[in-house]
Design a protein. Structure first.
Length: 123
């Protein structure tokens, strides 16, 4: 299990407050900001990739609306990826994972070292 760091939580709060991707601002008559959890997940993956440059990190999610399709990212996610592009790969889920009992689907972070075990993270 990869713990979400205090710095990842701070960045998620900042991005949500400012409507920065993967957070968004919905304006249906009333402005609300959403995406704190998605951003905490994203920042944890980026941080993990920065700290572990010897690993290839795959970010797997069928949520292309918030996380993109892996070919382009909205600002500031594009800058995040540039800092870890040598180890981070976006892999869209070809089939959405089954919805777990008691909660929505969550992105999956897979980190693999050659000949070692795979780490899976469900935040």
């Amino acid at each position: 299990m990869i713990e979400t760091s205090e710095s990842a939580l701070r960045e998620a709060a900042f991005r949500e407050a400012n409507g920065l991707a993967p957070c968004k601002v919905n304006d249906g008559g009333k402005q609300t900001k959403t995406g704190f959890r998605d951003t905490a997940i994203w920042m944890s993956a980026i941080e993990y990739a920065r700290i572990n440059p010897e690993e290839t990190v795959y970010f797997v999610s069928s949520n292309t609306r918030d996380f993109g399709d892996g070919t382009a990212y909205p600002d500031p996610m594009d800058r995040d990826v540039k800092t870890v592009s040598y180890v981070m790969r976006r892999h869209p889920a070809t089939e959405p994972p089954q919805k777990p009992v008691g909660g929505p689907r969550r992105p999956l972070l897979i980190s693999r070292r050659p000949c070692e075990r795979t780490r899976r993270w469900y935040p």
